[in-house]
Design a protein around this ligand. Sequence first.
Ligand SMILES: *Cc1c(COP(=O)(O)O)cnc(C)c1O
Length: 366
Amino acid sequence: MTSIPFVDLKAEYEAYRTEIDTAVTRTLSSGWYILGPEVAAFEAAFAAYTGVAHAVGVASGTDALLLGLKALGVGPGDEVITVAHTAVATIAAIELAGATPVLVDIDSQTYTMDPEQVETAVTPRTKVIIPVHLYGHPADMEAILEIAVQHRLQVLEDCAQAHGALVDGRRVGSMGDAAAFSFYPTKNLGALGDGGAVVTNRDDIAKRLRLLRQYGWRERYISDLAGYNSRLDELQAAILQVRLAHLDEDNGRRQQLAARYSEQLENLPVQLPRIRPSAHHVFHLYVIQTGRRAPLAAFLQEKGVGTAVHYPVPIHLQPAYRHLGYAPGSLPVTERATRRILSLPLYAHMPEEHVNVVCRALAEFF
Ligand SMILES: *Cc1c(COP(=O)(O)O)cnc(C)c1O
């Protein structure tokens, strides 16, 4: 029996091992390990790739959201609108900034923020909207930006699952006031440890982010702001330069694998990923829907195929977020998706034969 892992991080490393080892050795030999030339070089390359003026490296995707919100002036008393169908970090960062998360439902086709729901959630206290480009599919930015302009709100994109995705030829991360990225190892652009970045076209935001990530320092030992310790390591920045140079190629592999899945699963009773015409989907995850998820996942596991659920319980129904006051049934599209979604194995260097094996197992099950 072949064993098909849900993700294989060692395979992703092996694919670029020589280049990564060279970058690591160069950094170790330099004698400079925090906020130095490797971080500066990665920030410049990542800003250019994204098509923005500034990228600021931070310690994680969660910190990128938190520092992004702080740089946008968010604090106690403010409301931030986002979705419940996301990684918990999106909501955790809003509360870490002292603000109140206001959760809205998603579009049933693309699993991203439903702009109509945003419109009705706006109050005089709303300060920021956080659309999440989930699974690699961009949120409906045209509609969300229009609402933001109408109500004078700022937009912070959560790009943690969508490095390289596009809307009408524009990179995610380049459309809002600022955008947060995670470089957690499983992401499309992954480090070999924790890392994150905030990107922005606004000089004022970039300046504030550079203070916030290091104790609020204007210069050494002089704090202009009450800041944090949230820095990207030189080692991770050196590795990320290698991975960034291969990002489009890796996303292309993901898209090919996803296309192969969709072709072979077409006639089975499952809902396949759908792509909005203006969107370039980078397939962080390949997510299907079925009313028979539990037996299907168990059957696949028996066949040696790893699967996962992103995410099994929406944030508004999690024990830690009961205080937000959402009852079961309050976000029906999210809750229905949560019961039916299943993520199939997918990573850039997954062998194509593995897709065939997974699809044969699905066909056998149905
Ligand atoms: C991974 C992820 C984050 C958090 O990133 P970390 O680097 O793990 O802190 C935030 N939002 C989304 C949508 C994510 O997938």
